[in-house]
Design a protein around this ligand. Sequence first.
Ligand code: ADP
Length: 482
Amino acid sequence: MSTKVADLNKLYINGEWVQAESGQSFDVINPATGEIVSPVPKGGEKEAKLAVDAAHEALKSWSRTTSYERSSLLKKWHDLLIENKEEVARVLVEEQGKPLSEALGEVGYAASFISWYAEEAKRIYGETVPASFHDKRILLIKQPVGVVAAITPWNFPAAMITRKVAPALAAGCTAVIKPAELTPLTAIKLAELAEKAGIPKGVINVITGDAQQIGQTWLQDERVAKITFTGSTEVGKLLMRGAAETVKKVSLELGGHAPVIVFGDADLDKAVSGVIGSKFRNCGQTCVCANRIYVEKSILPKFTAKLKEDVAKIKVGLGYEPDADIGPLINKAAYTKVKKHIDDAVEKGAVIEHGGNRIKEYSNGYFFEPTILSGVHEEMVIMQEETFGPVAPIIEFTSIEDVIEKANSSRYGLAAYAFTESLKTAITAYEKLEFGIVGINDGVPSTAQAPFGGLKESGLGREGGHHGLDEFLEVKYVSIKL
Ligand code: ADP
């Protein structure tokens, strides 16, 4: 099977490939080259409602399928994604800008959620609870929540969809999906593969277009039982407020401001490669990217020297350059923010140890040098706001109590990392860090079978693992009197 990217210019509603009723479209731009990849339909209220009509109708039969039937269809979807991984990865390269190696990595990661939930669908167990009376029985059964609306971001256009939709489908829910306007083509491609896999019409629907209109339509529609969202904390709050109107369930994966703590006894190679994995993956554009790197004073010079040496080896490049490790920032706004964080830090006394500039050679995209800042302190903007770019700020520390307090002094609580060879230090760190995910000597903890999610303003709910399936299930208590 081979689809041109231009063929992805359509909405998928109730198993039909359609255009927006308004006839309007908007362009998807390749962030690496500035070229138009493809127009896509600009859907709005009308299409959003049609999608819910379809998902609501499909729910009647989909929610009654057996776990084994759903599992088998999910497996087929997974297998088709793997068979077509090169093609899907190329769509990612075109619309997201990440290099082919990273894009292939994302497709594998995206597929892993489908295969994992294909298995987990078979383990939606109920419970029996001992009753207080001889003539009573208490049963707990799990049922799908209903129609799920998924709104996803541009940094992982494939994985952020499968991480939501695979457990939703496994649970017996149907889905309406709105991918980010910057990267909608991968979502359309995934829907195409889902259709080929035989997932029935209406079970998955994809709408591209006006985010606000689509979001509002879904929030107001009482048939939508759940909103699952990954994106900014601001939009997350807005959706949570809106969901209150009809008391929808919400899962929110929002911003982060991840601290990394490198203790004096850390294995230097592990620490540096962990920091690089966490900081520079996807050009620093993930919500679990290191945003504050606290290094114990005793090893600061050694750590900084090794980090500089290894960061110098990172190759920034165009998607199809074979040795490219990372691609561009997504757009001008992303570049402006990165630049602002660096300028502010330098103005307040930070030193640029490496990088610090836009790469001019690629004038049509916002490619940025992997950057290291030293002498960073708490008053700098970079220590408060999520950078979402390839900038590693280093802060010196001397005591474990002090560094954990500083690490926790954030409105965010998604991911944190600690590097140490001491079991006691590791346990102290993971117990005291107020974050939903803690990597100990591990800079890249995300995986399908583990629950991903944040505390504080980083979000609500978990994605991945059996906890991620529970997000799409209601517990019904049945009391039987004999
Ligand atoms: P980012 O700043 O990373 O682009 P956003 O939170 O703006 O993050 O976007 C994440 C997703 O939320 C995208 O799919 C975007 O279209 C969508 N979105 C943005 N604003 C709204 C809104 N008002 N209602 C519903 N969805 C929205």
